[in-house]
Design a protein around this ligand. Sequence first.
Ligand code: SF4
Length: 375
Amino acid sequence: MVMQSTDVYVGGFVFFSPTTHFTEVADMIEPFTHLTVCLDMAGCPNRCRHCWLGHAPNGHLTEDDLTFVAEAFRPFTGCLPVYDWYREPDYPDRYEARWALCQRLSDVHEAHFELVSFWRIVRDPRYVQWLSALGLKQAQLTLFGGPETTDFYTGRKGAYHEILEAMEILIAHRISPRIQIFVNQENLCELPFLESLIERLDLDNRCKAFGGEFSCFMHQGSCDGENEKLYGIRVTSDDLSRIPPVLAAYTRKHFHRSRIEDVFGQTEQSLYAQLIDDSSTASYVSRTPVFYVDGQFNVYPNVAPPEPAWRLGNLKADGVEAVLENYVQSKSIAQRTRLTVPLGRIVTSQGDPASQRLFSEGDYIEYLLNTYCRR
Ligand code: SF4
């Protein structure tokens, strides 16, 4: 690789100046120390209204496609973990074969994530046995309120009852449920119902009885993908007093925070005031990237939803070298914007100086960047 002196390495990130020139594409891409690739082979049975990954159609990719994707990226890293999903894990019928294939294609073998398919758990008795045999100790399930609200926000009728059934199946197999609750101004009123449900089901004691640990946490989620559409009903600082004490305690414990305010972040008004004079720019390029590959082989860095502004190219049409060149030279619209437009200008353009909605700083900057790119 040929770098000009203006190229800068900062921590785990490598910044290539816009004036960097390379003799050949292959010379340009210094091996990544660790490169993770996730292929959206089958999509998801749900259409959650908070989903940061958006609602792309479900794909029907094959194991040959997964092998193709893994082999495309392999020459560019010494360590390649491969996943056959980035939406619902284990949704396709051949989940065991695909897990085994991912193990063969990967240089490191990580444990199964705590994300599982509740769609499959209630339809396929072998699935939970397989999860248990892999050593899974905890599995995450997402609730939004009672049956009607959870079905509405999951985007599928019957979801609430399936989630409750999945909880029982997990406990019967000594896997502790971990409940995630997404909260906005519309479902705040259902939190007391969820608190009573958790206590009525005695989840804490039932998990302790087999040596497990029940956990639960609430948050508002990032403000991207489908969840960006819920900006108008995002929780504010005044709303936090409506969180029931048991749910607040579980949440503080999960995030290791002493105050619930530290989980939900700052008001947009406060972040706006802090960032409006910030003239910094930033690179999203990492030596250890994670790439999402969608059902049409479009590639995106996983820092944001797989949206056009973040698209790096198409593995089939453009080839992996062009995709990685676009990545390391920050050529996607969103990367280029963040690298060249001072943050304060993005804040002034897209932020609301009077808003009391709550954000972490990182989520707020990403929300503003995404809206700025779509102006
Ligand atoms: S949040 Fe998860 S389960 Fe819901 S639609 Fe997105 S990928 Fe599917």
